[in-house]
Write a protein that binds this ligand. Structure first.
Ligand SMILES: C[S@@+](CC[C@H](N)C(=O)[O-])C[C@H]1O[C@@H](n2cnc3c(N)ncnc32)[C@H](O)[C@@H]1O
Length: 250
């Protein structure tokens, strides 16, 4: 286990709960809408072009947390394809999203999400009309052991989001062995590897390389490179960097 930056220096937005693993390790469930370590719209454009000849693309998301990441992905794909090409975005759905923490899964499956001011600003900037995706609600989302945010607001995700993602329990170290790819996968496993030892990261990246075929994509996050050269490790395993934190299997 490495130093947990998120508990030492809080750097959270919509969620700050810690998941405690069976061996006592603490892992932050921190996540937020349009987390700023991915170029969301650029990535959606890249994916549209890269997979243009594919009828179906499978997005698999490990460590999905409260749903912020899956919702950001759905919104950026819909916004990139636009109203008139909606059906083209839909070949990327449903996103299969997994997490190991039952409390955060309960939150993700509640259709509610806690947001702070900057989440809501990002949402406005990244979408033509954010009311297409979320609505105001008087319901409150209580996540056990979560932090209290300033100007927090619970929003309700609309069917256009909740209908395009399936949140389930899953341990990424097991799930990666079951992944079936036909060069049409986008594997998002972001801001979780950085919590593990270098050996464990290397072993996981090797499993990803075995599972993914040429042309499939693998995305990580900034937290994964804080104490480890994740880029070198991923490139050594047969991937090429195509965008910030995004790699293509060669
Ligand atoms: C820091 S959050 C990352 C959230 C999101 N991917 C992002 O980048 O914003 C880490 C998440 O990983 C989950 N997690 C921890 N160990 C896991 C495992 N072995 N398999 C799947 N999820 C795991 C935690 O419960 C937590 O929700």
């Amino acid at each position: 286990m490495k130093i947990n930056f998120f508990t030492q220096t809080p750097n959270f937005k919509s969620t700050g709960r810690n998941y405690v693993a069976a061996n006592g390790d603490e892992i932050g469930c921190n996540s937020w809408l349009f987390r700023d370590d991915l170029e969301w719209n650029k990535l959606a454009k890249y994916e549209a072009e890269h997979f243009k000849n594919r009828d179906k693309v499978n997005i698999v998301m490990f460590a999905a947390a409260d749903g912020s990441e899956a919702y950001s992905k759905i919104i950026s794909l819909y916004e990139t394809f636009g109203e008139e090409n909606r059906n083209k975005a839909e070949k990327f759905f449903p996103i299969m999203a997994y997490d190991i923490d039952n409390e955060i899964l309960k939150a993700a499956n509640s259709k509610l999400i806690n947001t702070c001011l900057s989440d809501r600003l990002e949402l406005q900037m990244k979408s033509e009309n954010y009311e297409n995706y979320f609505e105001e609600t008087s319901q409150k989302l209580d996540i056990p052991n979560d932090i209290t945010l300033q100007r927090q607001k619970t929003l309700k995700a609309k069917d256009i989001l909740t209908g395009n993602v399936k949140f389930s329990y899953g341990d990424m170290f097991e799930k990666i062995k079951e992944l079936k790819d036909n060069s049409n996968t986008i594997l998002m496993c972001r801001n979780i590897l950085g919590y593990f030892t270098n050996d464990k990261i290397e072993q996981f990246v090797k499993s990803v390389s075995t599972a993914l075929k040429t042309g499939s994509l693998f995305a990580v996050g900034d937290h994964d490179s804080k104490l480890f050269d994740i880029q070198k490790c991923i490139e050594k395993a047969g991937f090429q960097k195509v965008l910030k934190n995004v790699y293509c299997k060669i």
